[in-house]
Structure formats: C-alpha cells, structure tokens
Design a protein around this ligand. Structure first.
Ligand code: DUC
Ligand code: ZN
Ligand code: ZN
Length: 473
C-alpha cells in the first residue's frame, strides 16, 4: 500500500530561506512528508536534482474584468489560469472591480460567477473600491473583509476608478479597523490630464506619447501623497506596479521613517523601456502601453537593486491582456487611436516566473531564495494565503514547480494566453517550468497542459502576515 498519492524524488527544494535535497510526499493535495528515502507513492516523479520552488502566486492580474465596450480582456479565468499554470503560477489574485454606482457585494458576486467552473488553478479576489458610499464603508467592505476578501485596490487615477484624498482616507480607515491590505495605484490624475491635453494640442498622440503623459514625477507625487495619507491613518499600505527611481525613493524614505509601506513591481519595469512604446510614431508601440509606463535602462537597474535589497515584497505580472490587432483590444473599434484611448496593460501571466528565474537567478542577479520570496512567499503573506500557499512545508498545498534549464528564444506561439503578442518576443531565456503541480496534480508537464476548467478553487484570504498582528491593523 503506497504511503502517498505522489512522491517527488530528488528535489533540490528551494524556499525563501533554504535549499535542501529532499523527497516530497504528497497526499490529498498537500505536502505531508519531507526527507530522503521516504515511502512509495502511487505515482513518482524524479526531479533529478533540479530546483523545485513553490508554485507562483501572481498577486496582480486582470482576468475578464468588466470594462466599458468595445474593450475586453483577452483572457478569462479559463485561458488566463491555463496560461498561468504553464508558466509555473498556481495561485492568481485578480480584481473584483466595483463600478461607480454599483454595490461592492454585487461586484464580488458578478466576479465570482465569471470565475466559477472556469479556473484551472486556485484564485482569490482583491476588491477595487471605486465608490466608497457610507453603505460600502460601514457595511459592505467590513463584511467582505471578514468573509475573506482581505485586500483591496485604490486608484489615484482613471476617471472611472479614482478616489479623492478624503475618500482614500475613509477607505484606509476601514483597512486599519479590519486589518486589510490596501493596494494603491499611485499616479496623479490631474497632472496626467494636463499633460495629455497639451500633447494632444501639439498633435502628439502616437502610442509613445503615453510615456510622456505619465513621467516619473506624477508617480512620485502620488506615491508621496499615498504614504502621507497612510501615515495619517496609521495603516500599512502596498504601492503596486512601482516603475522606477522616484517612487522607490519615496518608499525608502517612508521605511526609513518607520512606516509600514510595502511595494510591488512587475517584469515590464525590468525588461522594457519607454522605447518599446516606439521611437517613431508606429502604432506597434501600443502593445507596450501600460501604466505606469516602462522607464529606461537606469531605472531598470534601480528596480533590480530594490528587488534585491528588500524594498519590494511582491513581483507580479500585472497581466492586463488586450489583443493588439482586435477591435476589442489595442485598436478600439478597429481603429488606431490616440494614446489616451489605447487600453492600458500588457500580457505577462505566463512569462513572469521564467523571466525572473532566467534573468535574475540564472544570470546571477538574484538569489533563488529572493526569487521565491518575491514570486510566491511574499505575495502569499501580503494577502493572507501563507503558509498554505508560497511555501514548501508540511501541511502546505502541494503547489510546486520543477525548473528545466534550457536555452530557447521566447515566441508568442509557445504561450497559452489568448493575446496575439508577447512584449518579450525574441528574448533568449535560460529556463522554463518543466512541471507545475497544483494541489498535487500535474497541470503542466513541460510540453502539455493537463488541467480542466473548474479545478481551481476560490480561496478565502486571512489577514496579511507581513507584520506582527499588533502592528497589522
Ligand atoms: N493599472 C493596473 O493595475 N493594471 C493595468 C493598467 C493599470 O493602469
Ligand atoms: Zn494599477
Ligand atoms: Zn493592474
């Protein structure tokens, strides 16, 4: 009688703190034994000494998010989580977005219906609070947090989403009372609008001018303001998609002053620059239009340094998938539009882990432990999923990646999303997940995808565990 459903033999298990040679015994989707020479499993997989890391937790991605027509996300929970699994990500946290005038609970129920029966890997939801009415602040948000939706995003830009400073203070106050994690999109909306109008008046509407309309200053100012608002309320915050030096400096300042300010960055700020939005007026640059925009090589280095020195807790994809050549994507209604009207976002849910393993760990820029911290353990802690997720330990979900080292040129045709391009087309990579295990099931074997829609479960999140409980609320 086998002791386990599955045993991974000869793993070079790599966690946020340790590397150890072990077999991994799995029963009922969980890790139940670690050690060499453990008993037999119904199925056995030889890791042959390869690195085995926790499955990725992609804590910032957009899947089937409701938005005004004609624009539509190219990926839903089916295709988005398929793509995630093939890239080594076993948990995703997209956003249940409240529309202005909508109840927050209605937004969650709508989003729950979009996910149910479709997801291949486990998922949780962040909330997006765009209309903090008294009912939302006093009833809906506290109730939803208690039900396991323990994080929410606040926008400082985008007309249909943004909150003013008073509203932000009100929402942060709920985060403090309930021990939730507030994520902030920090860009100054009025500065962007002012710059956009001037660029438009000068006829500068090609995709590359998107970057000119959102210089680092607008991110710096909003980051500074978000930190001040959080200080006033005395609540931890997490600044999402930090793009370069100026926002990093604000976060460093906050931390040096003892404030609990956490931060996230994304692959586009390591591997793209504003030049990817175009060096001429070509519309191809629309592929890389995202906010904040990618900066320059010097800022990429600032982000690498901050990934290594602990400034960042989370490395997410910010997968915001829009087809390039499609009327519901980057060419709204089939037209090449001015940058103001180009849907913001780039795909990356499948490439996030391999880019960082390849260009970070294997290129000698980052330790494997830091890689695990940023791609799995940190996000799991930030959003109340640790140690069930983001960990190789007894009792944790058997969400694991076995890494294959091989040189290849990345092509969009290898990927499993529904987007018709990858911003990283033609990049030489040194590794890709050779196997992804989600709760003990092989969902990706390095060649083929094996899951079925509906195997992924909605996770109830606990309190963030980045801080001692006393300091968390
Ligand atoms: N913000 C995001 O978080 N994702 C996509 C685009 C954006 O502006
Ligand atoms: Zn954002
Ligand atoms: Zn996003």
């Amino acid at each position: 009688m086998p002791d386990f459903d599955l045993v991974i033999r000869n793993a070079n298990a790599t966690t946020a703190s340790d590397t150890f040679h072990t077999d991994i015994g799995i029963r009922d989707g969980r890790i139940v034994q670690l050690g060499l020479g453990i008993g037999p499993g119904v199925r056995e997989i030889d890791a042959a000494g390869r690195a085995v890391t926790p499955g990725g937790v992609d804590a910032h991605c957009h899947l089937d998010q409701p938005m005004p027509p004609p624009t539509r996300n190219a990926d839903d929970f089916n295709t988005g989580t398929r793509s995630a699994a093939c890239g080594g990500t076993t948990t995703v946290i997209p956003f249940a977005a409240q529309q202005k005038g909508q109840s927050l609970r209605a937004a969650v129920e709508d989003y729950r219906a979009r996910a149910e029966g479709k997801a291949h890997v486990d998922y949780a939801f962040h909330l997006i609070v765009s209309d903090p009415t008294p009912e939302v602040l006093k009833v809906e948000l506290p109730e939803l947090i208690r039900e396991g939706f323990t994080s929410f995003k606040i926008y400082m830009t985008y007309d249909d989403m943004k909150l003013d400073d008073g509203q932000i203070l009100d929402v942060l106050d709920v985060a403090r009372q309930q021990g939730a994690m507030a994520m902030i999109h920090a860009e100054n909306a009025d500065c962007i609008e002012w710059l956009t109008k001037r660029l438009e008046a000068a006829g500068r509407t090609a995709p590359r001018f998107h970057a000119h309309s959102r210089p680092m200053l607008v991110e710096r100012e909003a980051t500074h303001r978000a930190i001040a608002l959080a200080e006033l309320v005395d609540v931890p915050i997490l600044i999402v998609h930090v793009s370069g030096r100026e926002a990093v400096e604000q976060i460093r300042w906050a931390r040096a002053h003892g404030l609990s300010v956490f931060a996230e960055t994304c692959p586009q700020y390591l591997f793209l620059t504003a030049e990817d939005l175009g060096i001429d007026d070509s519309y191809k640059g629309a592929k890389c239009v995202c906010s904040p925009p990618p900066r320059d090589k010097a800022n990429q280095q600032v982000i690498w340094d901050a990934l290594n020195d602990g400034l960042f807790t989370v490395f997410s994809s910010d997968h915001a998938p829009f087809k390039f050549d499609a009327p519901e994507g980057k060419k709204p209604n089939g037209e090449e539009v001015g940058f103001r009207h180009i849907p913001n976002g780039i795909p990356g849910i499948e490439t996030r882990m391999a880019l960082l393993w390849s260009e970070g760990v294997l290129a000698g820029r980052m330790t494997p432990h830091r890689f695990v911290e940023l791609t799995a353990t940190g996000p799991a802690k930030a959003y109340g999923l640790h140690p069930r997720k983001g960990s190789i330990s007894i009792g944790a979900d058997a969400d694991l990646v076995i890494w294959d080292e091989r040189d290849f040129i990345l092509k969009n045709e290898q990927l499993h999303h529904e987007v018709d391009y990858t911003p990283y087309e033609g990049m030489r990579l040194k590794a890709w997940p050779g196997l992804t295990l989600a709760r003990g099931e092989v969902v990706w074997d390095g060649r083929d995808f094996h899951a079925h829609p509906g195997r992924g479960q909605l996770l109830a999140c606990g309190a963030p565990s980045l801080l001692p409980a006393r300091r968390a609320a």
